[in-house]
Ligand binder design. Sequence first.
Ligand SMILES: [Zn+2]
Ligand SMILES: [Zn+2]
Length: 245
Amino acid sequence: MREFVLNCSALEIMGVGLVFFIASYLLFGAVNTLFTRKILPAMQMGKPLDLRSLSAGQYRREIQLSAVTVFIFGAGVIFPWGLLQLGWASLAVDPSLSQILMEMLVLIIWNEVHFYINHRLLHTKLLQRFHLPHHGSIVTTPWTAYSFHPVEALMLGSVLMLPMVLHDFSIHALIFIPLFSLLINTLGHANYDINPASRFFIYQGMRRHQLHHALFNGNYGFMLPFMDKLCGTALQKNSDESVTR
Ligand SMILES: [Zn+2]
Ligand SMILES: [Zn+2]
C-alpha cells in the first residue's frame, strides 16, 4: 500500500481517492439509515432524538452538497500525496502494531482539536455563510454527514496536512482517520438515540451534535466533550428537557 501510494501518478491517486470517498459515504450512510430507520425501531431499541419533520427537499439538498464534498475529499487526496512527492512528509516504513495504534489515538485527538477550531471559525460572522448550508438540516439524517459548503469541506478536509509534516505516520493510521471520522459523523447526524439509558461516550457525542443542530450555538466538538468543556461552550440537557449552557 505504501509503495503504491508513493509510486502512483497524480491522476491515479485522485481516482483512488474518489472511489474511496464515494464508496465510504454511500456504505456508511446506507448502513446507518438501515439500522436507525428500520432495524433498531423494529427491535424496539432506541428512539429518535428530534421528532420534528425534515424540511422540504432535505434529502435531495443533502445528497447534492455531499456529492461536491465527496469530490473535494476524493480529488483532494492529491494534497497529502503532494506533501509526500515534494519530500515535505514521509510515510513510516514497516511500522509496528503499537506504533499504528498510538498514531491512530493521536490523530483521533488531533481530529477533535482541528474540528473544534474550524467549527468555531465557521460560526463566526465572517465565515458563517459557509456553514449555514450544513445547518440547513435542523433535524439531521445520516446523509447530513457530508452536507457541507465547499469552503467548509476544504477546511475540514485539511485535517491530516499538519500532522503529516510533523511526523512520519503509517499509511494505516492515515487511512483510518477519514473512515473513523465518517463513521462518527454519520452516527452524529443519525438523529437516533441507540440506548437512551447509556452514558457510552459515542452515544453522548451523538446527542451533543443533534443538540448543536437544534440550537445552533454550543457543542462545537466532534465526538469527545473535552474541547467544549475547556472552552466553556458545552450545552447541557436537563432532565426536564430544557437546555442550558
Ligand atoms: Zn455548526
Ligand atoms: Zn452537523
